[in-house]
Design a protein around this ligand. Structure first.
Ligand SMILES: [Fe+2]
Length: 338
């Protein structure tokens, strides 16, 4: 009888171990079809089910905060180091340690204490009208704020996180005073008041409204692979990676980013998923359709990116972009950047 009850207890133990859900809950502000394929493959490979909750970045952060310790969220995925910094500030991220992640992701693209990791890269580059810009290969962000560029620059509004992060990188590289002079110079040189998104700036360059626009590289890539009208516009302009001289710091890089939450109920599965995201195959999946650059140098670039050619990337740690975000916003306000 005693043995039977021991066996029964054993069965209960095994059953309860099995009934532990083999899952990982991802709260994502990235919406790409290829991401979905990635989740399916992960489940096939590991047997871990992926539950996906999609939303805007700030909304997801609020949700995780209000769910508190009972939040089912294991991983937060978002874009821009400036945005993930808000999650960091909210205290919802937990640090993880992984040799695989540290080996595959350059240290400039991850949080120094493992709170978040870049999973793909985007470059805030310059798109020019090649007929009106001499020596585009030597162009810098700083050039666009000089007298020569009066009335020739298009850029979207300062409430956009991409511009805030670029501004934050200029604070980090050049100091607060120079950064403010840069913002004032850009405002003085605007061909028109900020309006529309990055694609609208590319259209404006093509239409002759301005000679240069600061945009994320993938918008041009998207247009190059879009319908005929977009292709024509995209082909009439040229992508320039700024600050490429020998002493230049390189083009401003930002990230798509994932972090494990402090109260993640499926922490081990979450780490497994993070590692999975950085393998060569996943990296291709993550970047093939949305035209971002892989963070893992062993992964191949998609054909459009190969067409853009090699470039030097700024190697500053992207955590500076969050840290300098409030200062960036204050500077842009003072400069009158709408
Ligand atoms: Fe974007």
């Amino acid at each position: 009888m005693k043995y039977l009850s021991l066996i029964a207890a054993g069965v209960v133990l095994v059953l309860s171990a099995c009934s532990q859900p083999k899952e990982v809950n991802i709260y994502s502000a990235r919406h790409y079809e290829t991401d979905q394929a990635l989740y399916t493959d992960f489940t096939e490979e590991t047997g871990i089910k992926v539950n996906l909750i999609e939303g805007g970045s700030d909304g997801l952060i609020e949700r995780i905060k209000s769910e508190g310790v009972n939040s089912p969220a294991d991983i937060l995925v978002t874009v821009d180091a400036g945005r993930v910094w808000r999650a960091e500030e909210a205290g919802i991220l937990g640090s993880i340690e992984s040799d695989i992640l540290n080996e595959r992701i350059p240290s400039s693209l991850r949080h120094p204490d493992g709170l978040w990791y870049g999973i793909s890269k985007r470059v805030r580059a310059i798109v020019i009208n090649p007929a009106n810009v001499a020596n585009p290969e030597s162009l810098t962000y700083e050039d666009l704020a000089t007298e020569d560029w009066k009335g020739r620059v298009c850029i979207r509004s300062s409430n956009n996180i991409y511009n805030q992060s670029l501004m934050a990188s200029i604070i980090e590289s050049n100091g607060v005073e120079a950064a403010e002079a840069w913002a004032t110079g850009i405002v003085n040189n605007m061909a028109r008041a900020p309006q529309g998104g990055d694609r609208d700036q590319i259209r404006a360059v093509s239409a002759g409204v301005c000679d240069a626009a600061i945009v994320n590289h993938y918008y041009l890539a998207m247009m190059l692979t879009g319908d005929e009208e977009n292709q024509e516009i995209a082909k009439s302009v040229q992508l320039v990676f700024p600050n490429q001289s020998e002493v230049g710091r390189g083009a401003h890089v930002n990230i798509s980013v994932a972090g494990v939450l402090k109260d993640a109920p499926n922490r081990d599965n979450a780490i497994k998923f993070m590692e999975y995201l950085t393998n060569e195959t996943s990296q291709s999946y993550l970047t093939v359709d949305n035209n971002e650059y892989p963070v893992n140098d062993d992964a191949t670039w998609n054909p459009v990116l190969q067409g853009f050619g090699e470039f030097k990337a700024d190697e500053m740690n992207v955590s500076a972009l969050g840290k300098n975000n409030p200062e960036a916003i204050r500077i842009m306000d003072r400069a009158g950047w709408k």
